[in-house]
Design a protein around this ligand. Structure first.
Ligand SMILES: [Zn+2]
Length: 96
């Protein structure tokens, strides 16, 4: 789901923010805020990633649930799946 590089970046970002919180807020509030942030940050990132995926797959009912819809390059038939059911061609274009 999340690749290694973005995972490292998110760790560094959350570390930097938690250090920043501890510098801004007096002890122990900074530590508590940092720990709360560490606990919540993966959830926030996952929600954002899900929202981004929804944004890409959105645009009405097309492509919801059953993946991409394709348009055949040979006969212009619209279909779902790996090959055109009308002419059997695998030449296709993704429709959004
Ligand atoms: Zn076709």
């Amino acid at each position: 789901m999340i690749n290694y590089k973005s995972y490292l970046i998110s760790i560094f970002v959350s570390l930097a923010i938690s250090i920043g919180l501890q510098m801004i807020l007096p002890w122990p509030y900074g530590l508590i805020a940092a720990l709360a942030f560490f606990a919540l940050y993966p959830l926030i990132m996952r929600n954002r990633a899900l929202q981004r995926m929804n944004g890409l797959g959105g645009g009405g009912s097309i492509g919801m649930g059953q993946g991409f819809r394709y348009s055949c390059l040979a006969c212009n038939n619209r279909f779902k799946g790996s090959s055109c059911p009308r002419c059997g061609s695998k030449m296709k274009r993704a429709e959004f």
